[in-house]
Design a protein around this ligand. Sequence first.
Ligand SMILES: Nc1ncnc2c1ncn2[C@@H]1O[C@H](COP(=O)(O)OP(=O)(O)OP(=O)(O)O)[C@@H](O)[C@H]1O
Length: 454
Amino acid sequence: MTKEQWGQLQQRLLKTVGQNNYKNWIEPIEFGSTQDGVATFEVPTNFLGNYVSQNFADLILHEVRQEDPAVRRLRFAVPSHVNATTKPARPAQATAPRAPAEKTPRSTLSTAPLDARFTFDNFIVGKPNELAHAAAKRVAEGGPVTFNPLFLYGGVGLGKTHLMHAIAHELRLRRPEMNVLYLSAEQFMYRFVQALRDRKMMDFKEIFRSVDVLMVDDVQFIAGKGSTQEEFFHTFNALVDQNKQIIISGDRAPGEIKDMEERVKSRLQCGLVVDLHPTDYELRLGILQSKVEQQRKNYPGLDISDGVLEFLAHRISTNVRVLEGALTRLCAFASLVGREIDMELTQDCLSDVLRASERKITVEEIQRKVSDHYNIRLSDMIGPKRLRSYARPRQVAMYLSKKMTSRSLPEIGRRFGGRDHTTVMHGVKRIEELKIQDGQIAEDLELLRRALEE
Ligand SMILES: Nc1ncnc2c1ncn2[C@@H]1O[C@H](COP(=O)(O)OP(=O)(O)OP(=O)(O)O)[C@@H](O)[C@H]1O
C-alpha cells in the first residue's frame, strides 16, 4: 500500500466513522510501511495508538485488505523521531543544575488532605456499590494498570470521595514508593491558574507528569472551563502514554457532563466507567450499623432501641451523608439529655430531617429541573411550540409529574399551559415506550429522578 492509497482509504473511513471520530482518531494516523503481512502506521502518541487499535483496527484492516490483501495485521507505533524530540528533555535537565529542577515540583506536590475515616474497612458494600468497590480495590493494589482511567460516578453523598480516599490510603500503605497525587478538580484548576499567573507552567507540567497515580475528584467542576480542560487533557494523555494509573470521579457519566469537550469525554470513557447506584434499604441499614460502632467510641454507653436503625434506613433514603448526619445528631442529643435512643426521641430530635425526606415533589420543580437538563427555557417547555426539541422534554416532564407527584392528568395538563388531559396521557405513554427503546431517554429519566429526589 502507498501513502496515496492510505489517503483515499482515510476518506472512506471518514464516511464510516463520522466527522468527530475521524478528526480525533483517524486523521492523525500516517501510513508507514508494510512488511511480512504487517502494515505499520505512525501515530503521534501511544494513547492514540492504543485507542485506535482497540476501537478501529478491524475496520481499518478490512479497508487496508481491499488495497493489499497480503496484510494480515496492523501495528500502530509512535515514530522514533517523535520520541527523540520528547526524550532529550530529560538528559538536558539532568545536566542542568539539579536542585531547583527537582525541588520545585516536589515542593508543590502536595496531595489534598485525606480523611482518615474514609478507608476500605469503613466502606460498607452492598448491591448498589459492589462493582465500584471492587474496581477501587483493584486499582488500590497498585499492580499493573488494567483499566485506565477508572471513572467512578454517582449522585450526591453516595461514597465517591470515600472510595477515592480509600484508594489513596491503601496505595500509600502497599506501595509507599509510589507518587500518588489526589486532588479535587477545583484544586487542579487552582494550581493551573496559579502556575499561569506565576509563569511556572513548566513546573506545573513536570509535577503532574511525574506522578505514578493521579486521582481527580469531582471532575465535572472543570466543565465549561476551556483552558483548564485543555491542560487536563494533555496531562491525561501524557500519563496514559506513560502507563500511569488515573482515577477520576464525577457526579455523572462522562458522556453526560455538560460543557465538557468531546475529546475529554472520550478520554474519560476509554477505561472502566462504574457507577455508584442510589443506596437500597439493606445498604443503608448496614452503613448505619457500622456508623453506630464508630459513634460508640465517642459515646461508650450508647443505647439504641430495636427498630430505630431500621426506621431511619427506611425513612432517610436520599443520601448517605444525610443519614450519617442524622445519626450523629441523634447520638449527641441522646448523650446530652442522658436518654436511650428510642422511637420517641428519634422523632423529636430528627423531626426536620424526617419531614424533609418525605418532602413532596411539585410539578413546577420537575418542569424546572427538566428544562435545565435539556437546556431549554421554562417558558418554551410550557408554551405552545411543537418543535421536537421542546416537545420531548415536555413529555419527559409530564411523565415525571405523573410518576412522582399525586397530581391527576387534568391537573398536570393545566400546569403545562392549559393542555388537555389526553395530551398529557399521550406524552406519558410515549415516554413509557421510549424508556424501553431509547437508552438515552432511560438515562435522562434516571438522572432526573435522582436529582429530584435529592
Ligand atoms: N458505602 C458506604 N459505607 C460507609 N460510608 C459511606 C458509604 N457511602 C457513603 N458513605 C459516607 O457518606 C458520606 C458522604 O460520602 P462521600 O463524601 O464519599 O460522597 P460523594 O459521593 O463524594 O458526594 P459528593 O457528590 O457530595 O462529592 C461520607 O461520610 C462517607 O463516609
